[in-house]
Ligand binder design. Structure first.
Ligand SMILES: Cc1cc2nc3c(=O)[nH]c(=O)nc-3n(C[C@H](O)[C@H](O)[C@H](O)COP(=O)(O)OP(=O)(O)OC[C@H]3O[C@@H](n4cnc5c(N)ncnc54)[C@H](O)[C@@H]3O)c2cc1C
Length: 501
């Protein structure tokens, strides 16, 4: 049988700056394969829109590989079964892939694949996809390691890949998954070519004014890089963006580079503790919230009666992307005001994002729900957010047409219309607020504060910080390393509730 290496594409759908591809080609011919796992796609966090984006990436990758000799091979099924099938036709000498810090499903699947490979005496070599590190990690040296790895030279794509006698396989039709079309008409299209176009456009036209409109829900569509889906699916490597930003030393570049660091900083936490997808950082927050499918659905459909929340959600439903601040506000509203478990609302949000990246996502969901114990808690006030970032209500009018004719004074708080023009208000088709904002905020704040006052809370919080907290300088070198008893008083841990009301 012909000896081959398998090049297993995961969320690294590119031929450029692809270390696994370069290494796999060093000693023999390869089978470059992507495996579509139905079980993975059927999870609550996955969706039709993500599949469409992924499919576009696969088509693009298949063409790029074909241009250098061997198109992408696609199979549908369980990874071990597919590898087993290949082993009946070829002598597999090695499996090459990037390290994946995905969700719990991929974590468990990789464990099984590792066992299988070991049994078959096949070497599985994994390369860094991001600057996220495996094994026992000293968080004190993380930043240095991040910089060193991200500054490494880019890998040039191979000139030629020998063709292999193995059926390329079809990308399955959409109905294979049974997804419902979720009408995400405004999303970006997948694939490296589209990603590179977006990156060039951003660096040429937008980088210098990057910080200006980053929080405006409308303008951020153009002013933010919107590279997240391309990074998440691996059409462009993080290193490529970092290198491009490095050639420019202004403040905007620094800002972009620090965001790329956050990207890995968050994924690192999931890498170090895969259970964070469903388990609170701090155990005292376990099961404090209550499931409520009706509230969850109203929130998910943008029918809460709070115009700015609903506008953001409806825009997300249509576009598959939203800026950071608005994501945080949606999550905060679900967790504090609706008091829904973050695991439930987080899954709904994940399925709406074409850039769903488990490491970032679940960390952010927990941060915006106050369960990490090492971040400053923020309960967003959606009325204030709307007034700050959509002062004239243009964005609201676009997405909440039920109130598009309301005067500016009432657009953020349509219920104030009742006193002014009760007929117009009561005949409006727009939902009346589903909760009392002031009251729910007060209650949420009180509940969180009570938990922080429980015996032993700060001791556990310190452990969480030592394992996951970000720090530029090694903690042990700091003179003011917090002592156990006054840990919460130190400046770098401002454990306070920052309420916007
Ligand atoms: C509740 C919630 C869920 C989120 N879920 C995801 C997710 O599933 N996938 C995802 O990529 N981002 C997620 N984010 C982070 C952030 O909102 C997006 O990365 C950002 O909006 C993407 O837009 P952009 O590419 O224009 O970012 P830019 O501002 O242009 O930044 C460039 C890149 O830096 C990284 N980045 C930027 N902000 C952050 C951040 N706060 N944390 C970590 N990395 C960051 C991203 O890779 C991004 O593409 C989430 C934020 C919140 C509050």
């Amino acid at each position: 049988m012909q000896e081959i290496n398998i090049l297993w594409f995961k969320k690294d759908l590119r031929v450029d700056d692809n270390e696994a591809l370069i290494e796999s080609l060093k000693d023999r011919d390869i089978i470059p394969i992507y495996i579509i796992e139905k079980e993975l796609w059927m999870q609550k966090t996955h969706s039709y829109r993500q599949w469409q984006f992924c499919k576009e990436c696969l088509i693009d990758l298949r063409n790029s590989l074909k241009a250098i000799g061997q198109p992408l091979i696609v199979r549908t099924g369980k990874v071990i079964e597919i590898f087993e099938e290949i082993s009946h036709n070829f002598d597999i000498r090695g499996i090459y892939s990037h390290q994946e810090t995905g969700d719990y499903f991929t974590y468990k699947r990789d464990q099984k694949v590792r066992k299988w490979a070991l049994k078959k005496k096949i070497i599985w070599k994994e390369y860094l996809q991001f600057s996220v590190f495996r094994g026992n990690l000293d968080r004190n040296n993380w930043s240095k390691k991040w910089k060193k790895n991200t500054e490494r030279q880019l890998f040039i794509k191979p000139k030629k890949i020998n063709p292999i006698a193995f059926a390329t396989g079809e990308i399955p039709e959409d109905d294979y998954f049974g997804f419902k079309d979720d009408f995400c008409k405004g999303r970006l299209k997948g694939g490296r070519e589209n990603g590179i176009q977006r990156m060039e456009y951003f660096f040429r036209n937008k980088l210098n004014s990057y910080s200006k409109d980053i929080s405006s829900p409308e303008k951020s569509f153009d002013s933010c890089s919107r590279l997240s889906p391309f990074i998440s699916w691996g059409c462009i490597s993080l290193k490529e963006i970092f290198h491009k930003a490095n050639s420019n030393q202004n403040n905007s570049s620094k800002m972009l580079k620090s965001r790329l660091t956050w990207h890995c900083h968050f994924i690192q936490k999931l890498e170090s503790e895969p259970e964070l997808e469903f388990k609170e950082f701090h155990p005292y927050f376990h099961k404090i919230r209550k499931k409520d499918n009706i509230l969850l659905q109203l929130w998910s459909e943008g029918r809460t009666g709070f115009p700015f929340v609903d506008a953001c959600m409806r825009s997300l439903n249509f576009n598959g992307w939203l800026n950071f601040r608005m994501r945080a506000m949606l999550m905060s509203f679900a967790s504090y005001n609706l008091w829904i478990p973050w695991q439930e609302s987080g899954s709904v949000l994940a399925s709406k994002f074409i850039d769903y990246e488990p490491g970032i996502h679940w960390n952010q969901c927990q941060m915006q729900s106050g369960t990490t114990s090492i971040n400053i808690n923020r309960i967003y006030n959606p009325i204030k957010q709307g007034k700050d970032h959509d002062p004239k209500g243009t964005f609201i009018r676009k997405w909440v047409p039920e109130i598009k004719l309301y005067p500016e004074n009432f657009i953020h708080e349509p219920w104030l219309m009742e006193k002014f023009n009760s007929r117009a208000y009561s005949s409006s088709k727009y939902t009346k607020p589903i909760i009392d904002l002031l009251q729910t905020t007060k209650i949420a704040r009180k509940k969180i504060q009570e938990i922080t006052q429980k015996e032993g809370y700060w001791d556990i919080s310190k452990e969480v910080y030592l394992k996951h907290g970000s720090r530029r300088k090694p903690l042990i070198k700091r003179k003011n390393f917090p002592k156990k008893r006054d840990f919460k008083l130190k400046k770098e841990h401002q454990y306070e509730l920052n309420i916007e009301l």
